[in-house]
Design a protein around this ligand. Structure first.
Ligand SMILES: Nc1ncnc2c1ncn2[C@@H]1O[C@H](COP(=O)(O)OP(=O)(O)OP(=O)(O)O)[C@@H](O)[C@H]1O
Length: 268
C-alpha cells in the first residue's frame, strides 16, 4: 500500500493526559489517560455512554475538556479545530459515513485529501485553487487507494446506489487518501457482513505498517483480533488497559458489560 508513515515505531504519537469532560452535571470523561504509539492499534471499548465518542471528539477538537491535555508528537494541541486535523496527520472516520451524495466515489475520496490540499476545505472540495497537475496527481492517488480497498471499478458511481458495506469502504478510502499518521476509526464494523468483517480485520492489520490506529468498536472479536492494546472505559473512567488477552480475562470488564444491549447486538 502506498501510504507513507513518517513516525518511527515506538514513538508516542498521541497522548491523552488526564482528560475530564463534563456536560452540565454529567461527567462524560474523568481523568482519562492513554497513549498511542506509532504503528500500533489501540482499541477503546466500553458500554454505551462510556465516553468513547467524547474521547474522539476531544482529540478532534469538537469538544473542549474541563481538564487535561491532548499531546500530538509531544506538543499540546491548543484550541485545535477539526478542519486542521488532516494537516497534522490525524484523520477520523465517522459512525455516519458522511459521504457527499452528489459526488462520485472518486470525488468523495479526493475530498478527503485535506492534508495535501493547498486550499481550505470548500475550495479543495470543488477543485478550485488546485492546478490541473495537482488535480491529476490527487485523482491518481484516490484511484490507487480505491484499488487497495478493492473498489476501483466503482470510482464513477454515486455512493447512494452502493451497498452499505461498500459505502463504508469509500469512507475509509477517503480517510486513507490523506495518508494520516493516526487514523481514528469510529465503529468501522457496524453493519458489515461476516465476510466484510474478515476483510476489515485484514485491512486494519495491514495499516499498522503505515500509521497508528485508534479503534472505537463494539464488535469484540474484531477488537481482540486487531488491537495491540485495549483501553476500557466505563462511566467515563478507564477501568482497565492492557493486551487483548489481559482485557478478556479482567473481571471488571465483564462486569461493566453485563446487560449492555450493544454488546448483545454485536454477538460478541
Ligand atoms: N454534547 C453532549 N451533551 C450532553 N451530554 C453528552 C453530549 N455528548 C455526550 N454526552 C453524554 O456523555 C456520555 C458519554 O457519551 P459518549 O457518546 O461519549 O459515549 P459512547 O461510549 O461513545 O457511547 P456509544 O457506545 O453509545 O456511542 C453519555 O452519557 C452521553 O449522553
Amino acid at each position: 500500500m502506498a501510504l507513507l508513515g513518517e513516525a518511527q515505531p515506538g514513538e508516542d504519537l498521541l497522548v491523552v493526559d488526564g482528560l475530564t469532560v463534563r456536560f452540565g452535571g454529567l461527567t462524560a470523561l474523568h481523568d482519562v489517560h492513554l497513549s498511542v504509539g506509532a504503528g500500533t492499534v489501540v482499541g477503546v471499548i466500553g458500554p454505551n455512554g462510556a465516553g468513547k465518542t467524547t474521547l474522539f471528539n476531544v482529540v478532534c477538537g469538537f469538544v473542549r475538556p474541563q481538564a487535561g491535555r491532548v499531546l500530538w508528537r509531544g506538543s499540546p494541541l491548543v484550541r485545535h479545530r477539526p478542519e486542521h486535523l488532516a494537516r497534522l496527520g490525524i484523520v477520523r472516520t465517522l459512525q455516519g459515513l458522511g459521504l457527499f451524495p452528489g459526488l462520485t466515489v472518486l470525488e468523495n475520496v479526493m475530498a478527503g485529501a485535506g492534508r495535501h490540499a493547498r486550499t481550505g476545505a470548500f475550495p479543495a472540495l470543488v477543485g478550485a485553487g488546485r492546478s490541473a497537475r495537482d488535480e491529476a496527481e490527487l485523482a491518481g492517488r484516490a484511484r490507487e487507494t480505491l484499488g487497495e480497498l478493492g473498489i476501483a471499478d466503482l470510482a464513477g458511481r454515486l455512493p447512494g446506489v452502493l451497498p452499505y458495506g461498500v459505502r463504508k469502504r469509500v469512507a475509509l478510502a477517503r480517510a486513507l487518501v490523506a495518508e494520516p499518521d493516526l487514523l481514528l476509526l469510529d465503529e468501522p464494523a457496524s453493519g458489515l457482513s461476516a465476510s466484510e468483517l474478515v476483510e476489515l480485520s485484514t485491512l486494519i492489520l495491514s495499516l499498522r505498517r503505515h500509521m497508528a490506529v485508534v479503534l472505537v468498536e463494539h464488535h469484540m472479536d474484531l477488537v481482540m483480533e486487531v488491537c495491540d492494546r485495549v483501553v476500557v472505559l466505563n462511566f467515563g473512567e478507564v477501568i482497565a488497559a492492557g493486551s487483548p488477552a489481559e482485557i478478556q480475562a479482567d473481571p471488571r470488564v465483564a462486569e461493566a458489560y453485563l446487560g449492555d444491549p450493544a454488546e448483545e447486538a454485536s454477538g460478541a
